[in-house]
Design a protein around this ligand. Structure first.
Ligand code: CU
Length: 268
């Protein structure tokens, strides 16, 4: 279920609200245990891959992704075989769900962009399949190189802001690409990862528009957003794929998302 702010008769609204979890935007996530690995740190990252509604701590069941890997030093390394299923629970313990996890040992300096292409997720409430091409960048051992390179996914966000070492309040700027070309006036949804260790407490949105922030890109597909809190922030730009998939013998559309995650810290 995606958006409730569409006009509909009150009885439909009430039925929907009872039938589904309070849920706005979907986001693929990749969260590493650290976004900056220094000489003194543990070099082994723990990485979690999920499909969630980040602000509302609502989780979708996730089957094994089609692709998972890391882009480093201009090369893609396939890590799909390293993914292990794991069971998670929502903070209120009411939902259990499957997500995917792996560990990755950093050996050389430079930027490591982890990426995932999930298996298409059928969303009956929207009558579409959803595929979120999701990325996150980890900086390692003092060399800041590679974060601004495209990985070459069907759709992806290219950071214009270096995506690590960000303070709370920093502006994140990125560009939305679809098949390698900018998406003019792309709509970008932004959510805070509410259920994350180290967060300064849980955010309770006062009303629906606070759950998902929305910004539009300019003619070159470039957007910006200032992040008001410490923690993980997700950026998702959605497009309709030029390919279809079958559900119960019928052709259905596919929503492809370019998703990017960055972490902010408070200045103390
Ligand atoms: Cu959902």
């Amino acid at each position: 279920m995606m958006r409730r702010n569409i006009f509909m008769p009150a009885f439909v609204m009430v039925t929907l609200m009872m039938a589904v979890n309070p849920a706005l935007a979907h986001f693929g996530t990749i969260t590493p245990s650290d976004d900056i690995v220094t000489q003194d740190d543990d070099k082994t990252l723990n990485i979690q891959v999920k499909f969630i509604h980040p602000m509302e701590s609502h989780y979708m069941e996730m089957v094994k992704p089609n692709r998972f890997g890391v882009f480093h030093d201009g090369k893609k390394i396939d890590l799909l075989a390293t993914l292990q299923p794991a069971k998670g629970k929502s903070p209120d313990q009411t939902e259990s769900f499957t997500f995917w996890t792996t560990s990755y040992k950093i050996k050389r300096p430079g930027d490591y962009t982890f990426f995932v292409e999930p298996a298409p997720y059928w969303e009956p409430a929207e009558d579409v399949f959803i595929v979120h091409y999701t990325k996150v960048c980890v900086n390692a051992l003092g060399l800041e190189e590679g974060w601004d390179s495209p990985v070459g996914l069907e759709t992806e966000i290219i950071p214009y802001t270096r995506p690590y070492g960000l303070w709370t309040g920093n502006l994140f700027t990125g560009q939305v690409l679809l098949k390698g070309k900018p998406v003019p006036f792309a709509e970008v949804e932004i959510e805070y990862l509410n259920d994350s260790p180290g967060n300064p407490g849980v955010v309770v949105p006062p009303s629906d528009p606070f759950v998902t922030q929305v910004v539009k890109a300019d003619v070159n597909g470039v957007f910006s957003y200032a992040m008001p809190r410490a923690g993980w922030w997700g950026f998702a730009a959605l497009s309709e794929a030029d390919w279809k998939m079958k559900n119960d013998g019928r052709e259905k559309g596919v929503e492809i998302g370019a998703v990017y995650w960055v972490h902010t810290r408070d200045m103390k």
